[in-house]
Design a protein around this ligand. Structure first.
Ligand code: NAD
Ligand code: MG
Length: 394
């Protein structure tokens, strides 16, 4: 029996994780669940899964949650409040696996704490890895933690790697990675119309049902940019060896090209419970609840090169990882600020890339060799990006 802590339990990945957990009560016990503000969903999850701990980051919501628990059948659950509590539950002795499913930079410290404590880290929170880069991979390496990718593409790549492969190492015979992308909702929209795209249109993803931030990232293709950086770190490959491929059917979730000419692909219906169940059962496999793929329904699979003019965010991500240092941290921070401003209708869809590009030029590729430097670069980039948002206000 393994103990699991789910950081970001109330989000899209958190909910899918609990769906998989519920199918395997003999294999997993929920030790801790965390939420930012959504105490309604957290309460239902606590009723069903009876964790030892529940963390609510927002203080006002936490007080309400405590009151609700007091008068319930699950009053013995320990409630912890605030950001520090996230790290506290991630390193509990009875926790074996930590699902890192908080969105954005807010997930960095607890995910890093889990890595340092040698936990099995199930990584959905790509922003945490992108912003901390080598520091994160080093923590994994030093503690002997297992780092298993949840992002569907990276999980697919991991599955296509040779037997016994460990993330962070370089699979010598793997020549290239083909990182697939759906292309998002605006793959075929005339470029001049992108300026007037609304948040509601941007979050309506054709293939995946996800949180709002990652949905916007998919629409700008910054999601693929972050994933490119994520892949460089997880698989120890150069960005030149990673080709982004638009594959609109989202049936192949990525591929590995080997020196002998073999190209291995992982396929399946687009449902995050597959990579989640894969990582939870690894190195074995178990049921995920996902419908079997009906290959006859697929009929056709298309593959196209991405248009970097339509998707400037992807170009910026390539540049940031090539230049290296703190620039991926800057890219991520500026993107978080810009996406938030777009979702709040402060800037236009096409301003997202502008904010990021203008933030990036204000920084040089200083070495990112300490957590302190990373957190400082993150904060400084946010200040610059916020200033730019202010100037671009529509
Ligand atoms: P979501 O918005 O649905 O959920 C986010 C979760 O994080 C919630 O539980 C929320 O309470 C928590 N959270 C938000 N801000 C917080 C803060 N400041 N402090 C503490 N907790 C906070 O997001 P999601 O779609 O589930 O995505 C989660 C992560 O997984 C993201 O990094 C995303 O890129 C990655 N991911 C998601 C998918 C997907 O299909 N949804 C696929 C691949 C990767
Ligand atoms: Mg993905």
């Amino acid at each position: 029996m393994k103990g699991i802590c789910i950081l970001g339990a109330t989000g899209s990945i958190g909910v899918s994780t609990l769906d998989v957990v519920a199918r395997h009560p003999d294999k997993y016990k929920v030790i801790a669940l965390t939420a930012n503000t959504n105490i309604e969903v957290l309460f239902e999850q606590c009723l069903q899964h009876k964790p030892e701990y529940a963390v609510v980051v927002n203080e006002t919501k936490a007080k309400l949650f405590q009151q609700q628990l007091e008068n319930s059948a699950i009053s013995d659950i320990k409630v912890l409040i605030g950001t520090d509590a996230l790290q506290q539950v991630a390193v509990l002795q009875q926790v074996d696996s930590v699902m890192a499913a908080i969105v954005g930079a807010a997930g960095l410290l607890p995910t890093l704490a889990a890595a340092k404590a040698g936990k099995t880290v199930l990584l959905a929170n790509k922003e945490a890895l992108v912003m901390s880069g080598d520091i994160f991979m080093q923590a994994v390496n030093e503690s002997g933690a297992h780092l298993l990718p949840i992002d569907s593409e990276h999980n697919a790549i991991f599955q296509c790697m040779p037997g016994g492969y460990e993330t962070g190492t370089r699979a010598k015979q793997a020549r290239r990675i083909l990182l697939t992308a759906s292309g998002g909702p605006f793959r075929d929209t005339p470029i001049h119309e992108l300026e007037n795209v609304t948040p509601e249109q941007a979050v309506a993803h054709p293939k995946w049902d996800m949180g709002r931030k990652i949905s916007v990232d998919s629409a700008t293709m910054m999601n693929k940019g972050l994933e490119l950086i994520e892949a460089c770190l997880l698989f120890n490959m150069s960005p030149d060896d990673i080709q982004v491929v638009i594959h609109k059917q989202s049936i192949i979730h990525s591929m590995v090209d080997y020196v002998d000419g073999s190209v291995l692909a992982q396929m399946g219906n687009p449902d995050m419970r597959t990579p989640i169940a894969h990582a939870m059962a690894w190195p074995e496999r178990f049921d995920s609840g996902v419908e079997p793929l009906n290959i006859f329904d697929v009929r056709q699979m298309d593959f196209e090169e991405p248009d970097l003019q339509r998707f400037p965010c992807l170009r910026l991500a390539y540049q940031a990882i090539k230049d290296g240092g703190i620039l991926p941290t800057v890219l991520n921070a500026a993107n978080e600020v810009a996406v938030d401003a777009f979702l709040n209708e402060i800037i236009r869809f096409t301003d997202i890339a502008r904010v990021i590009e203008k933030t990036l030029v204000q920084f040089s590729a200083e070495e990112a060799d300490s957590l302190q430097k990373i957190l400082q670069a993150d904060q400084q980039s946010r200040d610059v990006a916020n200033q730019l948002v202010e100037e671009m206000k529509r």
